[in-house]
Design a binder for this molecule. Structure first.
Ligand SMILES: [Zn+2]
Ligand SMILES: [Zn+2]
Length: 154
């Protein structure tokens, strides 16, 4: 961090630093109850590894922060893409299953139509046969159909 220095004495080699509530950095020698830079009464936060992440972030390299953020964002994007692919595969498979089902049902319908047609033909044939049977049951004299009479001379 080539920008890091005590805002009052400008040393860069002190062993301890703190940041004030007014936003000034002071080395341990320059810390007083009053900020040495702007003279306001303020509290100091020691600059250490124990700082909270939202405080630490102010001392990190912005370029690295962007890289880290980018990596995080691409992780999020990849996670969501995987989720999307999963659901897309599911619905594609479902659609294929339904297509097969539709084909099966259509075939059944065709078979049914064929059977209905066949049934109609058979019904017609049956009624013809019934009519013929009724005709045959009548006594000869009542028959509509006149039988050829063979005239033979002995
Ligand atoms: Zn100083
Ligand atoms: Zn200050």
């Amino acid at each position: 961090m080539d920008w890091f220095h005590c805002n009052q004495c400008f040393t860069r080699s002190a062993s301890k630093y703190a940041v004030s509530s007014c936003g000034h950095i002071c080395c341990e020698k320059c810390i007083t109850s009053q900020c040495g830079v702007c003279r306001s009464m303020c509290s100091f936060l020691p600059i250490t590894d124990e700082m909270k992440p939202q405080e630490k972030v102010f001392f990190k390299d912005p370029v690295k922060l962007i890289q880290t953020r980018q990596e995080h964002i691409s992780q999020i994007a990849s996670f969501q893409r995987t989720q999307m692919e999963r659901v897309a595969i599911h619905f594609k498979r479902k659609a294929a299953e339904l297509e097969i089902r539709v084909k099966e049902v259509t075939e059944h319908c065709c078979q049914l139509t064929d059977l209905k047609r066949e049934n109609a033909v058979l019904k017609k044939q049956l009624s013809e046969l019934q009519r013929e049977t009724a005709e045959l049951k009548k006594p000869l004299s009542q028959r509509r159909v006149s039988l050829p009479v063979a005239v033979t001379s002995p």
